[in-house]
Design a protein around this ligand. Sequence first.
Ligand code: UN1
Length: 498
Amino acid sequence: MFTSTNPANTSEVIATVPEATAAEIVAVMRTTKAAQKGWAKLPAPTRGRIIANVGRLVERNKEVLAQLITKEMGKVYPEALGEVQEVIDTCDFFLGEGRRMYGQTVPSEMQNKNLFTFRMPVGNVFVITAGNFPTAVPSWYIVPALLSGNSVVWKPSEFTPAVALALTEIFHAGGVPKDILMTIVADGAETFAALETGLSEGLINKVGFTGSTEVGKKIGAKTGEYIQSACLELGGKNPMVVMPDANIDLALDGALFAGFGTAGQRCTSLGTLWLHESIYESFLAKFTALVENAAVGDPFADVLFGPMISEKYLANHLGHLEMIQPHHKVSGSTSTGRISASNPRKGFVGDPDKGVFAHPVIVSGITKADALYSTETFGPLVTVGKFSTLDEAIELGNGHGYGLSCAIYTTDPQNVWRFREGISAGMVSINNSTSGAEAHLPFGGNGLSGNGSRQSGIWVLDQFTRWQSMNWDWSNKLQKAQMDVIEIHHDPSFDLKS
Ligand code: UN1
């Protein structure tokens, strides 16, 4: 059994759910696989109406779902409301896609012949998601996958099973058949074993995975063996560049939210803050003051961030603190590591000993040679470094190999365009946080952050459908493409008289 607890008060049990074995997951895959063809026969506009129902039900249950997210995962309540809104936005976008799902009519090179394209569902989709966005990120896979006529097996994070089961119930209440979306909780090893069997038996036709780059590599390799490419949404070390001409107060607000919102546990969280050398000291002093004075604690109170998702995430954060070197300067709190009565944080809201809370940490003086330069820290830790030219900042922003999100603060349009062109990230923010992407733009990264797949908006349809082309020759004779070429009479050496 998996037991999830409230990370702000670990003595409070939120849910206890069965832990599935690989064989049980495979059995679920068989069920959804068998049901998929019937679902695909339903007209896409009808599937769109079902997605509309789901969206309205999520809206109706927004507060209850958001409260459950805050209780089980620990993000602050306004962020949890925002996360649920992202599910609603995703449904709102895709309900209309049910009436589009456009294919094309394409001219033929021959007479009396027509060409067409159609989007076909891929089949049975295996969705594996993380605990930091227990509803929004899963919805980015599940909603378009269902709308496109696929069935889905969803393996949510073992840290957020109550939220996952609640969201699944809403999908079912909205009209998604119970054998078309099935949710099953399991650990990583059983999930991977089921993935292997599912692929080898042809039960899985597409994998959607959000999580670490390390696990993403394994999933990418395994799906590759079966001539499939997974939709991978992996880690990031998202740079934020602050130019000397920037609106400094705006940049400070952006860095604070990007760095410490969700306790730094977003794939889009700020990695390294790159400050121009001319503003380095003054910006760092102001940023430090903001972080030192920010409220941390009870996620239902007015705080910058609450607990970490679980002890596992805290342990990971503590490991990253060991990467701090003597040439670094540490600031941002009264201490580092776990917040407790014996290691207190000034102004903490609530009782730190009840939960899994960590001090915010700013590590400045980062250089390219540091382990912290190229390590995704996924916690309340922001690294800070300096640069002298925009080209150098772009080089530093790309040099670690991640390429998910990035930001630049500047008032000079030339800097904006040079940065956009030079940075390798899939998502670029101008005068805005690295996190907080809107739900209908392509979401995804390059390099260590992903294999080029994109979620959200119209772009994700290419993950969950395959193009089928059709040619229809109604000439009643065999016309041979590329061979029966219509002759064009023209004069290739024509020149105007001068
Ligand atoms: C994630 O952390 O996996 O852009 C997704 C954002 C959110 C989604 C983050 N809309 O920060």
